[in-house]
Ligand binder design. Structure first.
Ligand SMILES: NC(=O)C1=CN([C@@H]2O[C@H](COP(=O)(O)OP(=O)(O)OC[C@H]3O[C@@H](n4cnc5c(N)ncnc54)[C@H](O)[C@@H]3O)[C@@H](O)[C@H]2O)C=CC1
Ligand SMILES: O=C(O)C(=O)Cc1ccc(O)cc1
Length: 365
């Protein structure tokens, strides 16, 4: 019997889930997005097996419904779901970055006999939209589930048996634990990244050159400020209380830094950075990794055209790269070319290809 999965919202996350779940046997993925162009792209790129212009048309025949919509839109859909002609055993889940309000709404659905298990894959990027969707986006990332208390094991097992095709690490937490932890490692950093960019924007009048100097460090810490504003509006609104708590902590931290700057010794200041470095260096790489480019370092001789030669080899073997930078390049000295890939597999293929075609030394940092 074919299992039918309906994905509502086919952007970066919904599109990626749809692609990953296409690998599940005897499973038909049906998709809907409110944006007509997204529906068109989803159809032409085979993100789903079938696209519908109205999810209600297929509601009565699907076994699983997954929301890939911004979190406020998900709440609206959950309200609408109450009057849909659903199968008795349907399992509904979402992918949203917040969980408390969504699980409150889930309790209302449970009273009507509809099973809703909250979900949040901790992988993604600042990119959005169906064109950024990737089947392997969730590989090795944590995928948090927030079942309601007393959720039946059989429902959890059914959902997990489907989500295993994302190759993520599925873990269960409560909605309030979820919203606290994600505020710390994801939501608050997005607020800070946006605030740093605003602070840079304030320089435009008097020091317009400053923005041209924004290089590695600034770009690293503000990458996520390029995320979809609608997504972050909704997340901020739904996790407002946790964000306010984080902001209180941040203000205290800033006061500590102010005191260090005013009265701290050079040793105190060094310690401040040293402790931060130690904590940062100890962060587990895969745990909750949001965006992990697979970097390959290539020792290249410094002659004109060497970079296009290397990228040409990769293009010949259809290996896509996501980024490319040179970390050292001096006359008569080997330069280090750092090429980023989307997956471990692409990186391994690239290393083999470069060694075969040019015999340049490659290594992983
Ligand atoms: N961007 C990220 O890295 C991550 C996002 N999430 C969560 O996943 C969900 C989706 O985010 P993304 O895929 O990044 O956003 P996105 O902007 O790439 O995609 C959202 C899609 O939903 C559609 N949409 C918006 N409102 C709709 C509605 N009312 N009905 C039907 N379709 C609607 C949009 O047209 C768009 O195609 C959000 O809840 C977000 O919090 C979770 C993990 C990571
Ligand atoms: O790009 C990044 O680093 C992210 O932070 C992606 C992200 C965005 C929202 C989430 O709920 C989880 C992950």
């Amino acid at each position: 019997m074919t299992r039918k999965v309906l994905v509502i919202g086919l952007g970066l996350i919904g599109g990626s889930i749809a692609l990953a779940l296409q690998k599940a046997p005897e499973t038909k993925i049906i998709g809907y997005d409110m944006d007509a162009q997204t529906r068109e792209h989803a159809k032409t790129l085979n993100i789903v097996h079938e696209i519908v212009a109205d999810p209600l048309v297929v509601a009565a025949e699907v076994d699983v419904i997954i929301f890939g919509t911004p979190v406020n839109a998900t709440l609206d859909w959950m309200e609408q779901l109450k009057s849909w002609p659903l199968k008795n055993k349907v399992i509904v889940t979402d992918t949203g970055s917040t969980k408390k309000l969504i699980m409150q709404k889930a309790s209302e659905l449970r009273e009507l006999g509809i099973t809703f298990i909250g979900g949040h894959p901790m992988a993604g990027s600042h990119k959005s939209g169906v064109l950024a969707a990737k089947a392997h986006l969730f590989e090795n990332a944590y995928y948090m589930l927030t079942p309601l208390a007393g959720e039946e094991i059989v429902h959890m097992a059914q959902l997990e048996s489907l989500l295993k095709f994302t190759h993520a690490k599925v873990v269960s937490v409560s909605a309030s634990e979820h919203d606290h932890m994600t505020a710390v490692v994801s939501h608050f950093p997005h607020v800070i990244a946006a605030s740093l960019v605003h602070q840079l924007g304030g320089e435009n009048g008097e020091y317009p050159m400053t923005r041209s100097l924004a290089a590695g460090g600034f770009r690293d810490v503000t990458r996520i400020a390029s995320s979809n504003p609608i997504l972050w509006r909704d997340i901020t609104l739904q996790n407002r209380e946790e964000l306010l708590t984080q902001l209180d902590g941040w203000e205290k931290e800033m006061t500590r830094i102010k005191e260090l700057l005013m009265e701290g010794s050079s040793q105190d200041i060094e310690n401040y950075f040293a402790v931060a470095k130690e904590l940062r260096d100890e962060l587990p790489i895969s745990a909750g990794a949001m965006y992990t480019p697979f970097d390959l370092y290539v020792d290249v001789p410094d002659y004109p055209g060497v970079i296009s030669e290397v990228t040409g080899f990769l293009a010949d073997e259809a290996i896509s790269i996501t980024n490319l930078r040179i970390v050292e390049s001096r006359e008569d000295v080997f330069g280090i070319l750092v090429i980023s890939f989307q997956s471990e597999n692409d990186r391994e293929r690239a290393a083999a290809c470069i060694q075969k075609r040019a015999n340049f030394e490659t290594y992983i940092s």
